[in-house]
Design a protein around this ligand. Structure first.
Ligand code: ZN
Ligand code: ZN
Length: 169
């Protein structure tokens, strides 16, 4: 994927569309408690498609926040939090209750997009993270590196993306 390429992701019914420019920061599967709770909350909405994979994990493609544009139907986006005080907002397309992306109230500079929304053009998976929270009996596949919490390379990429953003590269 080149720096100028664009990925378009849509909700299930096509009303809401967002555009991500350039290469993602990374693409991960997360097993943490918050992702499990958040994904369950969204999947329980009427007619919502599954958000988690069979192992209870949630898959995301992370982009620099300044590389995301809400190009269509953004007024249909509805925000959900698992706790009132949580800084994490999970954005759902209210037309079809498709889980779209996350937005943070704090200064985190990245935007995770739910990987399922990319359908067949999802960037390859790079890490399985926070595996210590996995449900009992779940075997972590060894297709990509995994980490009980956050692997160094993952943190490194997030920090690197912030520096690049500050430098307006
Ligand atoms: Zn929709
Ligand atoms: Zn998580």
């Amino acid at each position: 994927m080149t720096a100028t390429s664009k990925s378009i992701v849509r909700c299930s019914c096509g009303t809401v569309e967002l555009e991500a420019s350039g290469a993602p920061i990374t693409s991960v599967v997360c097993y943490c408690d918050d992702c499990q709770a958040g994904s369950r909350q969204l999947a329980a909405l009427p007619d919502a498609a599954a958000v988690q994979d069979a192992d209870g994990d949630s898959a995301y493609v992370l982009y620099r926040a300044d590389r995301i544009r809400y190009t269509k139907g953004s007024e249909r986006l509805q925000s959900y939090k698992i706790k009132e005080k949580s800084a994490t907002n999970r954005l759902v397309a209210s037309c079809c209750n498709a889980a779209m992306a996350m937005k943070f109230d704090d200064s985190r500079h990245w935007t995770p997009i739910y990987r399922k929304r990319f359908e067949d053009h999802a960037p390859p998976l790079q890490w399985r993270i926070c595996t210590k929270f996995k449900a009992e009996g779940v075997e972590i596949p060894n297709d990509v590196p995994s980490s009980s919490m956050y692997p160094f390379g993952f943190i490194f990429r997030l920090v690197g993306a912030n520096i690049a953003m500050l430098l307006r590269r």
